[in-house]
Write a protein that binds this ligand. Structure first.
Ligand code: NAP
Length: 321
């Protein structure tokens, strides 16, 4: 099969589009013919500095397509089903093998391209806001990197849950403007405004009850300092690629909480698996929106990763084999 592979970590230009052996189907697994790859934030990070499980390595967490092989112990998925899959690697390819447990059948009304972008971003945003952020109706939410895949999902989920104010940060006005249709109340351009002061001004000094932080590094400090009393920060990523060293001395006085969130740690549980199915169904019903910025051919994976790293994309960029 054809795949976008690399032999060493680095910038987007490490990708080579080449022939590699087809993946094998495990007895508890499936193989799909990939129709759409959702480039996750973790894919660009892994390409840059993640471990190479094989050499050449095929990066990528999430892809959707048609089932072309089914392991003998699999009962929930059949040949020809359209599914969206997640896994530690292997999405940037024409064929992909995963455990059947890491696949969700795409319901009627949802196309493969949008389905490809749902499980990780929406599942992660949901865990950040509700499982670990304990968001309640009427609370104020701050989403760091609001234009990211996780951010776009978090804004919509917070709006649906009745947050009284949804604030988000991004690196430009243009990016923030596109988030208004999803439920954003006020955008904060962190190149122009001091985030903590902006949160204070916009909330009349209440600050944020829940902060979702997929950026880390120095941004996590602004998340902590943006918390209301009893506020909760969910630290969920390192998109900023900088070391995360923060001063937590403000946490105790205000009964504040800092939680780490890693969806992968609980991906195999019924809680997460069934929760992702509900989110996929909600997208199919039109209750939640998948934002696809643009698509590239799989052979142009380097260009697609370059585009994402240019910080122009809002929501997801897809690869089509
Ligand atoms: N723990 C988990 O379970 C989990 C699950 C999913 C994702 N994640 C992590 O969450 C983070 C976001 O994922 P995602 O899929 O939402 O990412 P994404 O769609 O690629 O967006 C990342 C965003 O981060 C912002 N950013 C800030 N500093 C950046 C930098 N130095 N380089 C590139 N982008 C930077 C950019 O927005 P601005 O330009 O507007 O700042 C960008 O849009 C990633 O670190 C990912 O690994 C973790």
């Amino acid at each position: 099969m054809k795949a976008a592979v690399y032999y060493e970590n680095g910038g987007p230009d490490v990708f080579k589009y080449q022939e590699v052996p087809d993946p094998e189907c495990h007895r508890k697994g499936i193989v799909i013919r990939v129709e759409a790859v959702s480039i996750e934030g973790g894919d660009t990070l892994n390409r840059y500095r993640g471990a190479l499980a094989t050499r050449p390595h095929i990066v990528g967490y999430q892809a959707a397509g048609e089932v072309v092989a089914v392991g003998e112990e699999v009962e929930t998925i059949k040949l020809g089903d359209k599914v969206v899959t997640t896994g530690a690697c292997g999405s940037h390819a024409a064929l992909r093998a995963v455990a059947a447990r890491s696949a969700w059948v795409i319901p009627a009304g949802l196309d493969v391209m949008r389905a490809a972008a749902v499980p990780i971003s929406f599942g992660t945003a949901h865990d950040c806001l509700f499982e670990f952020g304990r968001l309640r109706k009427g609370e104020i939410v701050l989403i760091q990197a609001g234009a990211s895949g996780v951010g776009v999902a978090a804004i919509q989920l917070a709006a649906r849950a009745g947050a009284s104010m949804i604030l988000a940060t991004a690196s430009s006005e243009e990016r923030l403007e596109k988030l208004k249709a999803l439920g954003l109340t006020h955008g904060i351009n962190y190149h122009r405004d001091d985030v903590v002061k902006a949160v204070a001004r916009l909330t009349d000094n209440h600050m944020a009850d829940v902060v979702v932080d997929p950026v880390g590094g120095p941004t996590l400090q602004t998340s902590i300092l943006s918390l209301a009393n009893r506020g909760r920060v969910t630290m969920v990523g390192q998109a900023g690629r900088e070391a995360t060293k923060v001063d937590v001395s403000s946490m105790m006085g205000g009964n504040r909480t800092l939680s780490g969130v890693f969806l992968g740690a609980e991906m195999g549980t019924d809680r997460v698996h069934d929760g992702i199915q509900r989110l996929i169904d909600d997208v199919a019903k039109g209750e939640l929106k998948v934002v696809i910025d643009r698509t590239y051919a799989l052979s142009d994976a380097a260009e697609a990763h370059h585009y994402i790293e240019s910080r122009m994309a809002v929501g997801r960029v897809l690869l089509i084999p």
